[in-house]
Design a protein around this ligand. Structure first.
Ligand SMILES: NC(=O)c1ccc[n+]([C@@H]2O[C@H](COP(=O)([O-])OP(=O)(O)OC[C@H]3O[C@@H](n4cnc5c(N)ncnc54)[C@H](OP(=O)(O)O)[C@@H]3O)[C@@H](O)[C@H]2O)c1
Length: 295
């Protein structure tokens, strides 16, 4: 039996739907807000829910539970790994972070988790997800109003490029890998995915000037890219209502972007996807066409 954690989230929800579309697989859902009936309650912050929530599970699709300070995320992930060990789970798939992002502060709990998993008694497959293209599409869509008013797209990209991968592509890979592992487990075979770490980097990237160009095409007027310094970024974020941990992560992410680290090369995504990866420029254009047209 497969259990997918975090099914109220975008990634966990898509993975669950993809696995449930395959009638030969037995798939159960887990969520911190599970009702204990149709969705098992697996709240990583409440270890008492975990061991019983994992009863009968052979394959655990462990969706990372970020969006908190690193020590909180590490405690969450540690609790799930301990419970999976105690419950006798045979194989864990973990959604981690791609190598191009390993200099960002966001990587810390992911790398800690990978290390703990490697020392655990079950088989492990790591899906190192690249930065979602949704991060860049959100940035572009959020800039429409100011670009329309000023003719400028201001962002802390420097001359760096950011690769992006669609969350839907990442879900498709997770579904494929999980289905293949589960069928191998049932057949008593050793999965070819056991012990593997897949780098699911985005295959295409954009820079600030290209986002300005897409904004310009969408608005039908010239839009120029202008860099923002990390100092100005930090001051702006400190004046916002963003949670404190997000400020550190955002500055770290853009420092890496400016340094050129977020432009990925290569990776396992095309080999694991049945179709070509969704291109980031088209995703940005689609997000802009869904954005409100300013008066
Ligand atoms: N690669 C990237 O660019 C990128 C970007 C953002 C985030 N991420 C990571 O990828 C994960 C999935 O992304 P997403 O877009 O699906 O996130 P999302 O839609 O914002 O969902 C948040 C996820 O965190 C889970 N979660 C939060 N608190 C939890 C708890 N106490 N116990 C168990 N699960 C908990 C949620 O599950 P339930 O509410 O169902 O329990 C849900 O799966 C994130 O949690 C984050 O670690 C990656």
């Amino acid at each position: 039996m497969i259990l997918v954690t975090g099914v109220s989230g975008a990634l966990g929800g898509s993975v669950l739907a993809g696995l449930r579309a395959q009638p030969d697989l037995e798939v159960v859902a887990g969520s911190s807000s599970g009702d204990g009936d149709t969705v098992r309650r697996l709240d990583f912050d409440d270890p008492a829910t975990l061991e019983s929530g994992l009863r009968g599970v052979d394959l655990l699709v462990f969706v990372s539970a970020g969006y908190a300070e690193d020590d909180v995320v590490i405690a969450r992930h540690g609790a799930l790994i301990a419970a999976a060990t105690a419950a006798g789970v045979r194989h864990v798939i973990y959604t981690s972070l791609s190598a191009s992002a390993h200099h960002t502060s966001i990587a810390v709990p992911h790398l800690w988790t990978e290390r703990q998993l490697a020392a655990s008694p079950f088989a492990v497959t790591v899906l190192r997800n690249g930065f979602y293209s949704e991060l860049t599409t959100g940035l572009a869509a959020g800039a429409v109003e100011s670009a329309a008013a000023t003719g400028i797209f201001a962002a802390p990209f420097g001359t760096g490029r950011i690769s992006g991968v669609s969350r839907r592509d990442l879900a498709d890979v997770a579904v494929r890998v999980a289905a293949e592992i589960e069928r191998d487990l049932r057949a008593g075979a050793v999965s070819a995915h056991a012990g593997r770490t897949y780098e699911l980097e985005g295959v295409a990237s954009v820079d600030g000037a290209e986002i300005a160009e897409l904004l310009s095409e969408y608005l039908g007027r010239p839009v120029e890219y202008r860099d923002v310094s990390l100092t100005d970024l930090r001051i702006g974020l400190l004046g916002s209502d963003l949670e404190p941990y997000r400020i550190g992560h955002s500055v770290s992410l853009f420092a890496n972007l400016k340094a050129g680290f977020l432009h990925a090369a290569g990776g396992d995504l095309p080999a694991l996807l049945p179709t070509a990866p969704r291109p980031i420029r088209e995703e940005i254009a689609a997000a802009l066409s869904g954005a409100a047209v300013p008066e």
